[in-house]
Design a protein around this ligand. Structure first.
Ligand code: PGA
Length: 245
């Protein structure tokens, strides 16, 4: 299976013009690469600025709301995302858990809303620095708990689900995990999923991936791709990451 690189712009860039430039740069690089699937998750407002049909990357969103429509000020539904051509949606990112108070039960409902709409959820899990200090086995237990909670009641109606292993202590600070250790966690996640949900999805690594370290992660057989935050804003990194081979 091809590796999947998902660029998560988070709350960037600051203007529509810059978003259009970034889409153009990502398109330019994606067009030249064959063996890698590329997806871009911009802020909602920039979804319509993406190059139209025929582009070489897939669009995704950074969040979703679970209700289909109605009086939910500020929220965005699954059908809205579908109508803007989003095929992926990030669910349960640690920044949303931390800054927006997202809980496991909210995440469960978001997972279900995505699945019902045929949008592929990119479900984020990852332990805190404190847990990791206790060792990789403690981290596995923590991540197993998150998988259990987030997927509670999850009905598998689509063939595709993506899980992003994002150790919280490695996000946005240049201190990426070691490729071998994240590969060990990815293997654990795959086994866990096989046992509890009946299949092993694609599992990505995320946390300070950039042009310099991407090859280390993407060359690990178990790691199916990367969820990239900060480096998605820099064309030179985009190029290096998707040309990791
Ligand atoms: P980062 O973010 O690459 O800036 O660490 C990754 C993520 O949070 O998706």
């Amino acid at each position: 299976m091809k590796k999947l690189v998902v660029f998560n712009w988070k709350m960037n860039p600051a203007s529509r013009r810059e978003a259009e430039e970034l889409f153009a740069a990502t398109e330019r690089e994606s067009k030249k690469v064959k063996g890698v699937d590329v997806a871009v998750c911009p802020p909602y407002v920039y979804l319509p600025c993406a190059p139209s049909a025929g582009s070489h990357f897939t669009l995704g969103a950074q969040d979703i709301f679970w209700e289909p429509h109605g009086a939910f000020t500020g929220e965005i539904s699954a059908s809205m995302l579908v109508s803007m051509h989003a095929e992926y949606v990030i669910v349960g990112h640690s920044e949303r858990r931390k800054f927006l108070g997202e809980t496991d039960s909210m995440i469960q409902k978001k997972m279900q809303a995505a699945v019902n709409a045929n949008i592929v959820p990119i479900f984020c899990v990852g332990e805190t620095g404190e847990v990791r200090k206790q060792g990789i086995e403690a981290a596995k237990e923590f991540v197993g708990g998150e998988l259990e909670e987030g997927l509670l009641g999850y009905e598998r109606r689509v063939a595709e689900l993506v899980i992003a292993y994002e150790p919280i202590w490695a996000i946005g600070n240049g201190k990426a995990d070691k490729p071998r250790e994240s590969a060990e966690m990815v293997e654990f996640i795959k086994k866990f999923m096989k046992k509890h949900v009946g299949f092993s999805p694609r599992v990505l690594y995320g946390g300070s991936v950039d042009g310099k370290n991407a090859a280390g992660f993407l060359s690990e057989e178990a790691i199916d791709g990367a969820l990239v935050g900060g480096a998605s804003l820099h064309p030179a990194d985009i190029k290096k990451i998707i040309n990791f081979k």
